[in-house]
Design a protein around this ligand. Structure first.
Ligand SMILES: [Zn+2]
Length: 88
């Protein structure tokens, strides 16, 4: 039947249009193209008391002797300060 063929072509054409529409949506502008691989990674810092690595955002910071030290918890921070204060 010819009418079925025409209907089929119309359907394919519609699908083609929809696909093209979504393709144009999915293409980001060239200037603002983002590369996920080049995104800045979280800086990992070392807790010198328990030798754990934590992200800088979550770490507790302590300025000691002109240096910044990072700790995973308040306990580690206290241990560090105690060890620095007890022995000169
Ligand atoms: Zn720790």
């Amino acid at each position: 039947m010819l009418i079925r063929l025409i209907f089929l072509f119309l359907l394919l054409y519609l699908i083609y249009l929809v696909v093209r529409f979504f393709q144009s949506l999915g293409q980001p502008p060239r200037a603002n193209r983002r590369q996920p691989d080049s995104l800045p990674k979280k800086t990992m810092v070392k807790d010198e008391v328990c030798n754990t690595y934590i992200s800088e955002d979550e770490a507790l910071k302590e300025n000691y002797d002109g240096r910044v030290y990072y700790f995973c918890s308040e306990d580690c921070r206290k241990k560090f300060l105690a060890s620095k204060n007890s022995t000169g």
